[in-house]
Design a protein around this ligand. Structure first.
Ligand SMILES: [Fe+2]
Length: 361
């Protein structure tokens, strides 16, 4: 991580965040939201060579002495400086990842008549089912998803599944004509859920909290998997994106990428970096919830997708957050008399309502 400009990051962040309101009722966890022509040019033409760091989680998952503390320290360093990292030795078998990508291609290859049998449906504040191309379910003028105004609708289609609790009514919609789809996708989903839950003690140790501090907040976690398909873009530039520049809103995101690049992230210098695809790793980033919890010690880094390659691009993000009822408030270890809370407490459900521009459900 030698070439990560920690000092520049802090300078940039304190400068840009302090230029915004310090009123804890209205402060924006996304930091500076700037979309003038110069800012757009940086987003659209990534020119940074700064390093996206790698976190090797094996010392923790294998239970090596001191492994949890060492991995947590590295996680803290990364999340304070870059907010994106490659996760190595995550323990998810490659055949589960390959199987999920196979299902991604299958579902997006279905005839429209089959896709329409799984319409985009809100269940407890999350959308499940299939959202077609040229529709834009996330962006509304009043939403806080995009950091660029007046973008064209995201040029992608997606299929979502969410967490279902035993004994509760089913929420997800499944295709009728794809044998094995549900089983293969749920196998990947459950593997990511286990990995995501294993991060909770790491976050606690990194923040000097009791190791079980987050457990009750994640008894019924928000865990949303999206199968994304980005067709080749007919238009590049002119505020046309696969996914427009944004920050994520959950606690953290686990992204599996196939073989086609297109993602870029804002680096500590303020310039953007095209994300390489590193086989055997997952790409992880942190979201607005952690910014609020940590009083801005941890980042939610801006990123976007443009598919310039002229071929289909597939990716699979899984968004991981707490129960909707969890109150996200500045952690006791992230505040002091000289660093009072920058945010008021808010339920995770209401934070999601703020992000998506709708009333929380
Ligand atoms: Fe994202």
């Amino acid at each position: 991580m030698d070439d990560i400009k920690t000092r520049d990051s802090k300078t940039r962040d304190s400068k840009t965040r302090d230029s915004k309101t310090r009123d804890p009722k209205t402060r924006d966890p996304r930091g500076e939201v700037q979309d003038d022509d110069a800012a757009i040019a940086l987003m659209d033409h990534p020119d940074s060579t700064e390093e996206i760091p790698t976190l090797d989680i094996a010392p923790y998952l294998e239970g090596r002495p001191g492994g949890r503390e060492a991995v947590a320290a590295r996680l803290r360093e990364i999340t304070m400086t870059v907010g994106f990292f490659y996760l190595r030795n995550h323990g998810i078998p490659q055949d589960l990842i390959d199987g999920a990508f196979e299902q991604n291609r299958r579902i997006h290859g279905l005839p429209d008549s089959e896709k329409r049998k799984m319409p985009w449906t809100n269940r407890d504040g999350s959308n499940v089912g299939y959202q077609g191309y040229h529709e834009d379910g996330d962006y509304k003028p009043q939403s806080n998803v995009n950091i660029v105004a007046h973008t064209k609708p995201n040029y992608y289609a997606k299929f979502n599944i969410i967490h279902e609790s035993p004994g509760q009514p089913a929420k997800n919609l499944w295709p009728e004509t794809l044998p094995g789809f549900q089983d293969r996708l749920l196998a990947y989903y459950r593997a990511i859920e286990k990995l995501a839950m294993s991060f909770l003690p790491l976050w606690c140790v990194s923040l000097k909290l009791p190791v079980d501090y987050f457990d009750r907040s994640f008894e019924n976690p928000h865990l949303l998997l999206s199968l994304l398909h980005y067709p080749p873009q007919k238009e590049i530039g002119n505020r046309q994106y696969g996914i427009a520049p944004h920050t994520d809103n959950a606690m953290m995101t686990f992204l599996a990428q196939a073989d086609i690049p297109g993602l870029a992230v804002q680096m500590p210098s303020g310039h953007w970096r095209a994300v390489d695809i590193v086989p055997g790793t997952l790409l992880i980033n942190t979201g607005n919830s952690l910014v609020r919890w940590t009083n801005e010690d941890y980042l939610s880094t801006k990123h976007r997708v443009i598919n310039t390659k002229g071929v289909d691009r597939y990716s699979i993000p899984v968004f991981f957050g707490p129960n909707n009822e969890t109150v996200v408030e500045v952690l006791p270890t992230c505040q002091s008399p000289t660093k009072p809370p920058l945010y008021e407490p808010i339920s995770y459900g209401d934070l999601r309502g703020w992000y998506y521009g709708r009333d929380a459900k």
